[in-house]
Design a protein around this ligand. Structure first.
Ligand SMILES: O=C(COP(=O)(O)O)[C@@H](O)[C@H](O)[C@H](O)[C@H](O)COP(=O)(O)O
Ligand SMILES: [Mn+2]
Ligand SMILES: [Mn+2]
Length: 345
């Protein structure tokens, strides 16, 4: 994938973040999500690519756009069709979460972002809309911690890898009933727990950077977000493992169907014959070229949120690419009209 695609992809997450940020604090999570979806799709449909949504807003029959399987890019755009023929274009798979942390945007809370991952066709695991047990950790612990070990064992390993006492470690866990035992175990081992209500993509990627005061993500989140997190950690050399959770009794949210058996059958129909398999970042984001892009909607550990000023907006994005082997922070001033003042910082 040419680097130019990477630069256009930044605009995709910037536009989604700007659209969603206009709804920050208004208590309307579905609108904050919808406007991000529309803005992301509109900008994607200007890019000379032949994109396919492999992780999106849902199955075709329950998501009006950015549904799983939707073709995006210049050829999906009626005017664009005239400008090119599909077989001239690079085929890529795209995992999107136009508004990751819809609740966070609706209630003006930190850490929401517009996010996506791309790879060449077949390069991203098309995770079903189930849950995923996740373990994310810094590059220094890559391959040393293991999702099959207990939290206590992993904390000891993390402590050695990071040369930090267990008491200094901060572990992010989503504040959910399913995590009560995990939270208790982490605290009893002596580490500290940062509970989050939503947004485990940002938490996972924060593990990749020193200075975030986040040393691991543990617990169960959504599987689609797990693939997007894995793409970032793959590009960054961080540790990420994921294991599908398909038993409704474990997550207790009523969002993944009636029964474990029915979910196992659904996985089989997706050629996932070992439902308990543990995937690492290279299996979840297996493409030769993987690119992760996120733009802050509300400010968080990694990026500033969208700041509006008279005549425009300012955004901060993070793009991590296996191709250029870079993690780029992109600070963009969007000038819709001639602004009276353009701040340097
Ligand atoms: O918290 C999240 C919100 O995602 P979104 O729906 O795009 O705003 C994600 O980061 C989480 O991975 C996931 O949605 C959450 O863990 C699902 O758990 P639950 O809320 O218990 O269903
Ligand atoms: Mn999400
Ligand atoms: Mn979302």
């Amino acid at each position: 994938m040419e680097n130019t695609l990477g630069l256009e992809i930044i605009e995709v997450v910037e536009q989604a973040a700007i659209a969603s940020a206009k709804w920050m604090g208004k208590g309307e999570k579905n609108i904050a999500d919808q406007v991000a979806v529309e803005a992301m799709r509109e900008r994607m449909n200007k890019i000379h690519m032949r994109g396919r949504i492999v992780i999106g807003e849902g199955e075709r029959d329950d998501a009006p756009m950015l549904y799983i399987g939707e073709e995006v890019g210049i050829c999906a755009n009626p005017e664009g069709k005239l400008q090119c023929s599909p077989d001239e274009l690079i085929e890529i798979d795209i995992a999107v979460d136009p508004c990751e942390g819809t609740n966070l945007v609706a209630y003006g809370q930190p850490g929401s972002m517009a996010v996506l991952a791309i790879s060449e066709k077949g390069g991203l695991f098309a995770a079903p809309d189930f849950y995923m047990k996740k373990l994310a950790a810094p590059p220094a612990a890559k391959g040393k911690v293991d999702i099959n070990k207990s939290a206590t064992e992993n904390l000891k390993i993390l402590s050695e890898c990071l040369d930090r006492s267990i008491e200094e470690l901060v572990i992010v866990v989503m504040k959910r009933e399913r995590h009560n035992d995990l939270i208790k175990e982490i605290r009893e081992a002596g580490a500290r727990v940062q509970l989050i209500s939503d947004g485990d993509v940002g938490a996972a990627v924060s593990c990749g950077f020193a200075g975030t005061n986040i040393h691991a993500l543990m617990g169960i989140g959504a599987a689609p977000e797990g693939v997007i997190s894995a793409a970032a950690m793959r590009a960054f050399g961080g540790h990420f493992q994921g294991q599908l959770i398909y038993d409704p009794a474990i997550v207790k949210t009523g969002l993944i169907g009636e029964s474990k058996e029915a979910n196992i059958d659904r996985l089989k129909s997706m050629n996932i014959t070992d439902p308990d398999k543990v995937y690492d970042a290279h299996e979840l984001a297996s493409g030769e070229t993987v690119l992760f892009a996120a733009c802050g909607i509300t400010s968080g550990n990694l990026m500033q949120g969208v700041r509006f000023f008279h005549g425009g907006a300012r955004t901060q994005s993070l793009v991590i690419s296996t191709q250029s082997k870079t993690a780029r922070f992109v600070d963009t001033i969007h000038m819709n009209e001639q602004p009276k003042v353009v701040q340097l910082h």
